[in-house]
Design a protein around this ligand. Sequence first.
Ligand code: NAG
Length: 158
Amino acid sequence: TILSAIKSTVDPSTRVVFSVNPDSTVVENGKYDYAIVVVGEPPYAETFGDSLNLTIPAPGPSVIQTVCKKINCVVVLISGRPLVVEPYIGAMDALVAAWLPGTEGQGVADVLFGNYGFSGKLARTWFKSVDQLPMNVGDKHYDPLFPFGFGLTTKAKK
Ligand SMILES: *[C@@H]1O[C@H](CO)[C@@H](O)[C@H](O)[C@H]1NC(C)=O
């Protein structure tokens, strides 16, 4: 999991605190340096995944807002497609679209902690709101949150 990978990546003196759905008391009393907020979709296949709203399932959005309001945060989004993030983007310090990493939680931790560089580029346009869809490069109404091909390439920390 991403959690077990984080635990095996941090310095032994670093305290990792895990909470499934932290309320504001947990957040305010913790004296945390950073928060890694992992939210996303449950597994689905074919029509079981159909969604007309493409929202992050609850409690994802409220966790982002509760935690990122108080703590420097990176949000890791686990999803098989772009989801609505535009309303929360201002609250986040960083957003990682991890897609569906399967068993490779360590791959997520490796880049979060800078042991390896990021080299992701969007293979899809990331919309702002579902009423823009469908929206593809070249469309007159093309006004994405993140355009096709957007992404970071960073180097590993020394
Ligand atoms: C979005 O759609 C999904 C799937 O149809 C549904 O389960 C969910 O409740 C909807 N969410 C909102 C916020 O409307």
